[in-house]
Design a protein around this ligand. Structure first.
Ligand code: ADP
Ligand code: MG
Length: 607
């Protein structure tokens, strides 16, 4: 029974028009979405020469009868919507009836299809500008599209295509997204005869994540869930030990469609705020279920942008669900709100940040949170009022760009400090003759490491070492595809010798000397992945990443007992830093309580 309708002019006009196919990956996306809409359980994608030569998508879905097999190549022919009313409730991935005619206008298409009922299957051949030729074909359930010579008749578009690697990695990314958002469908992707990935399609999202991104990621995932009156959200985030230099690993699905929703992304990043340094991004698969009536996908031809009602409530839900998953996994901070109505003003904040707070509080992390609160308050409301005497440590620009500022930065000197002792196994208390100084030992060590790494990096020769055993790292197929001579040479220049070990595993046989003490290889992996993904791969980017990460992996942690000698050494090293007042992420390393402040707290002033 044929299903496809030709849309009325009115309906066709209501459809957000635009270019549907602009590169091979968009062809793949449209064809696979059609296979998914056709309820396929197995989808196989084969690509030759980055899709320029051939794209084949093979499915076992509902197929088409003779009439549909011909109609489907007409503009505004779709089985998915029939009236403008349906536009308000789109439950399928496609709905515009534009993909197939668009594809057929820029390539040579062969389609085989069988719906399981017709007396025969059909084979259809279409060339640009010509009517489809329909012949009888095999009775194989489902549909196989083969697209050849893409853009052969539109040289301008052909010219705009990027390198094979870039086009392939875009295809892989599209397929990864589709496979992750449809874990109940088995996907197989093959490029130039090489299997890129295969998923089992058993409907287990975690399994699909592991099939695509590898076991390292899955081991590190935390599940999150949440629900409110409009939305249900669920998914996985990785613990903060895995983070990236780009947002590439944040995937969002809305009713099974891969989408980008700015506010949801922001909500996720807010949830991670306390766990990741600036410019680092988490791994996350966020699946959102919403009533179809709340979602308008008819906004943009690529359907990646959508409009959602109650977006605020959605982002709040995402933030809260991810936050509580992170907290339940590893309570790093226990947030405490300092209630400062109107900030009357700075005094109150200062009062709350007294030494006694620090000493008496059960959870020393509360103090860090307090510092953050205080930082924000000061930044937002009383920037100018901050008296350097009292709070010498807030430097706004540090937050934004921690690297390379240092060169031009004037050196800040610490006063002479005498170590009194350690409190809460985290803070060093010093007598500074004009007040009490509290030093966050971890933040201080971060600053010291950061400046050391920066100095090391400035040396002309890049020193390398071979780790005792080669480092093996699993990377995703889309990262792997970036490995070519050029990138190998670039990595070599900054000290990494990298080669393919097996399938999606790389072997790293040398690393820069400054990373040698790092027993955690995730940072090395991350550097290499960003180089392979990032087409530009500038030395300065890698420097930035290496510095921030190395510095963050400070050897002295919070909650670590230090001897007096250790404390003295740390203070001495800190005093030699160009900017001893902030850790590389912009947080304070030192808090000072001036004599005046202490006197005020003891009510000794004013008489
Ligand atoms: P849309 O997906 O927006 O409806 P398309 O141009 O992508 O428009 O496809 C036109 C129609 O062709 C679809 O509505 C569907 O009925 C049919 N079709 C396309 N691909 C398949 C497939 N793989 N299996 C079954 N039917 C398909
Ligand atoms: Mg479609």
């Amino acid at each position: 029974m044929s299903r496809i309708n030709l849309m009325s002019a009115e309906l066709a006009n209501r459809i957000a028009a635009g270019e549907v196919v602009d590169r091979p990956s968009s062809v793949v996306k449209e064809l696979v979405e059609n296979s998914l809409d056709a309820k396929s359980k197995n989808i196989r994608i084969s690509i030759n020469q980055a899709g320029r030569d051939m794209i084949r998508v093979q499915d076992d879905g509902i197929g088409m009868d003779a009439i549909d097999a011909e109609l489907c190549f007409l503009r505004h022919a779709s089985s998915k919507i029939k009236s403008t009313f349906d536009l308000r409730r789109i439950t399928t991935l496609g709905f515009r009836g534009e993909a197939l005619p668009s594809i057929a206008s820029v390539s040579n298409v062969t389609m085989l299809t069988y719906d399981g009922n017709s007396s025969t299957g059909y084979e259809v051949y279409v060339e640009p500008g010509k009517d489809p030729i329909v012949k009888e074909g095999l009775k194989r359930q489902g549909t196989i599209f083969t697209i050849r010579d893409l853009f052969f008749n539109t040289p301008a578009r052909l010219k705009y295509l990027k390198s094979d690697n870039t086009e392939n990695s875009s295809i892989i990314e599209v397929c990864e997204n589709l496979a992750i958002s449809n874990s109940g469908v088995a996907f197989e992707l093959e490029i130039d005869g090489k299997r890129i990935f295969k998923t089992s399609g058993r409907g287990n999202l975690k399994e699909t994540i592991s099939e695509i991104y590898g076991l390292d990621i899955v081991r590190s995932t935390i599940e999150f869930n949440g629900e409110n009156q409009f939305f249900k959200v669920s998914g996985y985030v990785c613990k903060p030990n895995i983070s990236y230099a780009s947002r590439y690993h944040i995937l969002t699905f809305l009713n099974g469609r891969s989408v980008y929703i700015y506010k949801v992304n922001q909500a996720l990043l807010t949830a991670f705020k306390d766990y990741l340094p600036p410019n680092r991004y988490p791994f996350a698969v966020i699946s959102i279920e919403a009533d179809y009536a709340l979602v308008d996908v008819n906004v943009h031809p690529s359907k990646k942008e959508v409009r959602i009602s109650e977006e605020e409530k959605l982002s709040k839900l995402v933030e809260e669900s991810v936050k509580s998953a992170l907290i339940s996994d590893r309570p790093i901070y226990t947030p405490v709100k300092i209630n400062v109505a109107g900030l009357e003003k700075l005094d109150k904040v200062k009062e709350q940040l007294t030494l006694s707070d620090v000493v008496n509080d059960e959870d020393n992390n509360i103090y860090q949170e307090s510092i953050k609160e205080e930082e924000n308050i000061i930044k937002d409301e009383v920037k100018e009022e901050v008296n350097n005497e009292v709070l010498p440590v807030i430097k706004e620009e540090e937050n934004e760009k921690p690297v390379d500022l240092l060169e031009s930065e004037p050196r800040t000197f610490l006063p002479d400090l005498e170590v009194i002792g350690q409190v809460l196994k985290t803070y060093i208390v010093c007598d500074g003759s004009d007040g009490i100084y509290l030093i966050d030992q971890h933040a201080a060590q971060e600053r010291i490491n950061y400046e050391k790494v920066l100095a090391d990096f400035s040396k002309k020769e890049m020193e390398v070492v071979s780790p005792l055993s080669p480092i093996l790292i699993d990377v995703s197929p889309s990262v792997m595809i970036g490995l070519d001579e050029k990138h190998i040479a670039q990595l070599h220049r900054i000290g990494f010798d990298v080669e393919v070990f097996t399938g999606n595993t790389l072997r790293v046989s040398t690393i820069p000397l400054l990373l040698k003490d790092d027993d955690d290889t995730s940072m090395i992996k991350d550097l290499i992945c960003s180089c392979l993904q990032d087409k530009k791969c500038e030395m300065s980017d890698l420097k930035h990443l290496a510095i921030a990460t190395v510095a963050c992996k400070a050897s002295i942690k919070a909650n670590m007992f230090l001897t007096k000698e250790m404390m003295e050494t740390l203070i001495k090293q800190l005093a030699q830093c160009k900017n001893p007042n902030n850790c590389p992420h912009g947080r304070p390393t030192i808090i000072k309580l001036s004599k005046y402040e202490i006197e005020k707290l003891f009510k000794r002033t004013g008489f």
